[in-house]
Unconditional design. Structure first.
Length: 861
């Protein structure tokens, strides 16, 4: 399949870039016996560490971890001198690696790849460079880095300055001496924050122009950390494996402590410990929920602001340095050495561009709206056109001349961040949609390079020569990348992760935030499932296992993982009373749900006995519409507490009084006790609407799971009895039938909390087999004409999905106004996990909006 290097201009693989990624690619490809050439715009290896030679340039991942791990012998031969190595040391390391594996002979330096075109006729790429190379190859790999295209300053007059100008990302090799000079630094991202203290040491006068203050923590640099070195020495393989299976690419303890769970002293102690560690992943993980929960995030952010105020003497300067416009972590936080202290120096001044923006750069310096700054040198620390910039800088065309820039005009579209439909045999190392810049990139790069080279070897070994993702797989991955970002606070920030630093760049979240561990698992699963989502073709024919590798919502997956790790006994193995006690114990640990104006417990007459109810009143002035709510629990479990957070959520979102009714349970009271109680409760609530603070004639019924079952039954009974008037029914993952053979039972009958065997247990407790086809047990089998409008919610990974869908379809067929919401990536229980499963919130927003709209609709007679 793969060509041998028959002539100079034909190789198996063209690699673009000779940084961490390109170098390892060459080493691996050679190991596979493939011919490869790498083109590198610089005149030496190193990538990031070749170009970024500004003062203070260092890594911000401990160097024990920010290094190759593919060869244990290599690790023995290199010793890092510091916890965070300097640019010269990292560059020396990459040069050492290059020489150790004799990689230079496959690299053409000072050569920029300008264009690459796929030829459908030959199934090869043609790659052109600025030095006239015209190379044909089977595989084309962009190892061009995420942060290799510096963003040029977009300030009026930038070219007119007569003094020296520097871009941190293109720093002169001979270094710069600022001694005695008046210097301006524009930009306070990572590069600015690293370089400012050192420039201040030399400059006679330093003016720092800051648009957005960044959170920075002291690096506490020094010798390589003892604890990590010890762990590595004791068991290198375990250490490296732990890094690969970690969230960020560094072995770190992950906390399950949320801010809400921690008393003040614990919060403070956790924060101080992270602060003094000088490690990004520690400060990003003070609380389990700080990346997703605004309140939790603010606690950490405020503690950092306290630290800034404690260091910086001038209160106005301190205030200007305190970030307030973004959540901590939603822009890349920095590690510094004496950054904030620098602003106490008499010759250093901060200009807050939020208050006094730069108007232009002149021949002599910088002009702001209220001052003029004459300087000898300007340092632009203005960042990068990240992730897509270096890819778009090459004119890449795939099938039928499709341009990558065009295909990605509205944002990148990749499968696994590695490949893209329309671009066969094309790979991006750390591309958009992969963990890349959110991770220890050394670990991510190794994983990408190994995946790509393994894929190429697989093709060769199996008699294929072309690999391309399918549209289904790619769309699914894009959705998953978006789902992962959506549950975090990240999309709220104007960050370069979101493309916000480059005018006109699409605002999407570029990297994959699901974690190095989950990402690696997805990549491995793709391979294990026969290159799921890829079409492989060649002399051996064509193979395609189409599909989506991650369909479940990421936070739902976490809950499932957690539940699996607890190894809990199945509920159906317990007597009902024990199962109830167990559920109460589990429920006690949940967040409480939103605050409501009032909660009142009372009793109402049921079909046979009085029933406890709990009324939730929304914070707005009444009277309100009323919702009679019936909890889930398979007619056996559940009570007023079990669905309390959900009831609060529905109450606030619907702006309605919710009356949650604790109907009788099986096995003590079997079929049709629960259904009869639901109907009786609806009658009583309707009759007492005014006393309850409700609007007469504005009653809806709602229920989840078995509660949805009896809500549906009560609605049918109300229609048959000529009242009470019900304006709408909300059926959340309802039981509508007793047929347990539907496809969703086959697909989702195990592993998603509500199992088929648990449903069988519920039915056995509730109803005799002969009763299960009764309409009061299986409302799907009833007459559905003349029913009030319904909001039916089904979840992808619910055994009950298909009977919910069947009910929605049957209602529609019977002429009922139905809004069917399909909760993508959710399980039977996940939508009800208020403030735990964040991805459930938009679904609840949608379903409550639909329900709310029914209250305004004309009342059915
Ligand atoms: C200042 C700075 C500090 C960083 N610190 C860390 C850190 O502490 N930890 C971490 O994980 N990551 C860090 N990063 C991210 C860093 O980019 C990666 O860790 C890693 O170095 C990327 O390696 P790479 O080979 O993928 O890309 P790069 O190192 O960016 O190399 C890409 C190479 O491709 C070349 N190239 C691009 N386009 C072309 C073309 N068309 N033709 C020919 N050649 C081309 C470039 O010249 C460059 O040499 C940092 C980045 C910066 C800018």
């Amino acid at each position: 399949m793969v060509d041998q290097a028959s002539e100079q201009q034909t190789v198996d693989v063209v690699v673009v870039g000779a940084g961490f990624s390109g170098l390892y690619l060459l080493q691996r490809l050679r190991g596979l016996g493939l011919s490869a050439v790498a083109f590198e715009a610089a005149d030496d290896v190193g990538g990031t560490w070749y170009w970024n030679r500004y003062p203070g340039a260092r890594c911000d991942i401990p160097t024990t971890d920010y290094a190759y791990s593919f060869d244990p012998a290599l690790e023995q031969e290199w010793t890092w001198s510091e916890k965070y190595a300097t640019q010269p040391e990292i560059l020396a390391y990459l040069q050492f690696v290059t020489d150790r594996y004799d990689l230079r002979r496959d690299i053409r330096f000072s050569t920029r790849v300008e264009a690459a075109k796929w030829d459908d006729a030959t199934s090869r790429w043609r790659v052109r460079t600025d030095r006239g190379d015209d190379v044909e190859c089977r595989f084309f790999v962009m190892a061009t880095g995420c942060l290799s295209l510096p963003k040029k300053p977009d300030i009026e007059g930038a070219d007119s300055f007569a003094g020296e100008t520097y871009l941190t990302g293109l720093w002169p090799h001979e270094g710069v001496d600022f001694t005695g000079k008046r210097v301006a630094v524009i930009g306070t991202g990572s590069s600015g924050i690293q370089s400012i203290p050192l420039i201040a040491e030399q400059a006679a006068q330093l003016t720092v122009f800051q648009r957005t203050p960044n959170f920075s923590i002291p690096a506490g640099n020094g010798p390589a950390p003892e604890d990590r070195l010890k762990e590595l020495a004791a068991d290198r393989d375990t250490y490296r494996e732990a890094a690969k299976r970690s969230r960020g690419g560094i072995p770190n303890e992950v906390t399950e402590i949320t801010a809400a769970m921690a008393p003040d002293d614990v919060r403070r102690q956790r924060f101080e410990s992270a602060w003094s560690s000088g490690e990004l992943f520690q400060i990003l993980g003070v609380f389990a929920d700080q990346g997703v929960n605004p309140e939790s995030n603010q606690i950490v952010a405020e503690m950092i602001r306290e630290k800034i105020r404690a260091v910086v003497h001038d209160p106005d300067t301190a205030d200007a340095l305190c970030p307030k416009d973004h959540y901590f972590g939603t822009k890349r936080p920095c590690l510094d050495t004496n950054y904030y202290q620098t602003f106490n120096l008499p010759h250093v001044r901060l200009v807050d561009l939020r208050k006094t923006p730069i108007t232009r750069i002149t021949e002599t310096g910088v002009e702001s709206t209220d001052d003029t700054f004459d300087v000898d040198a300007i340092v632009f620390a203005t960042g990068f056109d990240a992730m897509t910039g270096p890819l778009f800088a090459v004119d890449i065309h795939g099938h039928d001349g499709l341009a990558l820039r065009e295909k990605w005009a509205d944002g990148p579209s990749t499968y696994l961040g590695l490949t893209s439909v329309g671009f066969p045999n094309f790979f991006t190392i750390t591309g958009p949609g992969s963990p890349s810049v959110l991770s220890n990139m050394a670990v991510s790069i190794e994983q990408h390079v190994e995946w790509v080279t393994d894929a190429i070897a697989h093709l060769r070994d199996q008699g294929y020569d072309v690999i391309e993702p399918t549209p289904t797989a790619e769309a699914g991955w894009n959705q998953h990348v978006d789902d992962c970002a959506s549950i975090t606070l990240h999309p709220t920030a104007n960050s370069w992760y979101m493309g916000a630093n480059v005018p006109g760049k699409p605002r999407v979240f570029y990297p994959y935030i699901g974690g190095v561990d989950s990402y690696r698992a997805a990549c491995e699963e793709v391979v294990d499932r026969g290159y799921l989502g890829f079409t492989l073709s060649g002399p051996a024919g064509t193979q395609c296992n189409d599909g989506v590798v991650r369909r479940i919502q990421p936070d739902v997956a976490l809950v499932l993982e957690l539940m699996a790790s607890l190894n809990l006994p199945p509920l159906e193995s317990m007597p009902a009373t024990d199962a109830r006690a167990f559920m109460s114990m589990m429920g006690a640990q949940r967040p409480p749900g939103p605050a409501v104006a009032e909660v009142v417990d009372g009793e109402l007459p049921g079909a046979a006995t009085s029933l406890p109810y709990r009324l939730y009143r929304p914070p707005t002035p009444g009277p309100h519409p009323v919702i009679a709510y019936f909890h889930g629990g398979g007619w056996v479990l559940g009570d007023l507490d079990s669905d309390d957070p959900l009831c609060r959520d529905i109450c606030v979102r619907c702006d309605a009084v919710v009356v949650s009714v604790n109907y009788r349970h099986a096995p003590e009271d079997r079929f049709p006790a629960a259904a009869d109680d639901a109907f009786a409760a609806a009658q009583w609530i309707a009759a007492n609407a005014t006393e309850l603070g409700g609007i007469p004639g504005q009653l809806a019924v709602a229920g989840w799971s078995a509660g949805g079952n009896i809500a549906a039954v009560a609605t049918q009974l109300a229609r048959d009895a000529g009242g009470p008037e019900i304006v709408g029914q909300l059926l959340l993952c309802p039981v509508t039938d007793s047929d347990l053979s539907r496809t969703s039972y086959v697909e989702n009958g195990e592993n998603y909390i509500l199992t088929k065997s648990l449903m069988e247990w519920f039915w056995d407790h509730y109803a005799d087999p002969a009763d299960r086809t009764e309409v009061k047990a299986a409302p799907l089998r009833g007459d559905l004409t003349g029913l009030p409008p319904a909001v039916v919610v089904t979840a992808d990974f619910d055994p009950l999905r298909d009977e919910g869908t069947a009910y929605a379809d049957a209602l529609a067929a019977a002429g009922v106004d139905v809004r069917h919401i399909r909760a993508r990536g959710h399980t039977h229980t996940s939508l009800t996990m208020v403030d735990v499963v964040i991805s459930g919130a938009p679904v609840r927003a949608e379903l409550t909006q639909e329900l709310r709209s029914l209250f305004r609709a004309p009342v059915l007679s």
